[in-house]
Design a protein around this ligand. Sequence first.
Ligand code: PLP
Length: 423
Amino acid sequence: MTQTVAHSASVPEFNAGAVRVGISNGMKSSSEKSFFNFATVAPMSRAAYEAARTFMDDFYQYGPPEVLYRYDSLADNMAAEAARLINCAPAEITYLKNTTEGIIIASEALPLGCGDEVLVLGNEYPANLLPWLRKRHDGVTVKVITGSDNEAAFRRLLESISPQTRAISMSSAQRYDGFMPNLALLSERCRDQGIFLVIDAVQHIGARAIDVAKTPVDILVCGGQKYLRAGLGIGFMYVSQNVLPALRDSRVGIRSMEHFDENSYVLRNTAARFQDGTQNMAGLAALNASLREINAIGMDAIEQKNLAILQGIKAILREYKIDFIDHGMCQSNIVSLRTADPSALANFLMERGVYIKAIQDVTRVSFIHESKLEDVEVMARHLHEFLHAGTNCIRSGSLGKPETAGRRTGTKRPKLSSPLPTI
Ligand SMILES: Cc1ncc(COP(=O)(O)O)c(C=O)c1O
């Protein structure tokens, strides 16, 4: 059924003061939450929010075409920031709406055909699984590798490489437990054996450094909604200039063209050839601002802080005797707890203002460089309370008492080998 919409000829009056959050009833604000679920969707960073809002304000108040001209370089600016972050050329970067879109592009653009083999891991998020499974319709053999845990599955993946293997696609930080495979080793094996390497880096970028000049990959994709804190529906993709000539023109639109007429077209010879039509300008503004902020702080400094927080979280969990999956330093900003009833635990914590995530049989804690160990301590006390409810382990008046997230508790913090770096 079609709906008739009456168009007003006049542009509505701009009134920034009238902007209201539409759903505030009874909800906690982001700043009130003790948030440890960055691996799902993170709250936006201030920088990203301001940039997106400024674009929206300008677009609303001044409108096209002037505002579009003014913001015309946004995609290039974002590409320059992303290129700086991962050490590639800006021409090797373009934007995405999300990680899934990047994997779909990779699966369609790589020159794979009947008899070719693709290796993926079974415990991946569907973004890095479904587009590859679809390739079976084209006669591609897609091997889904599993193991007793992610480390074992990665070892099996390396052992499964055969002369037929043409592509490997995997997450450089696993969403289940933060496991980070030896990317240098994988990259070397792929280069030696002429295998295309596709990396889903959404659990990696913004948490750990990555240098594609030192550790070559063919395609890397990353949504902006997690450690980049750029909001929803925007991300970026790296396409190595070495692989670009081999890729199919699986996606064409006005923005992918160098030039075209009704008989032929010539694609751009940069990653921008995977662009199509109208851009998500507010998203690009947010992503550009997020990346710029990370680059300004320095990814190495952020990584050092994150590693120190990771150590701190593990020390606190050990002190409270909470079992977790430990991959040592091969672990991103995720610590997954092996507890009974992950969903009930996540709900129990949410009622106390602490946000973590139940994933399959674990409860996942994920953080950023601004996360506070004081809040981890509070979380650990609630965890302890939940896990030992009904037992004598809880001393009344201390571990048993509900606490507000973020409040200091007087519990002695476990000693870290060195204080958290300040950045
Ligand atoms: C490894 C991984 N890839 C992709 C995604 C998300 O994909 P998309 O950005 O398409 O929503 C997630 C998490 O939600 C993830 O953990």
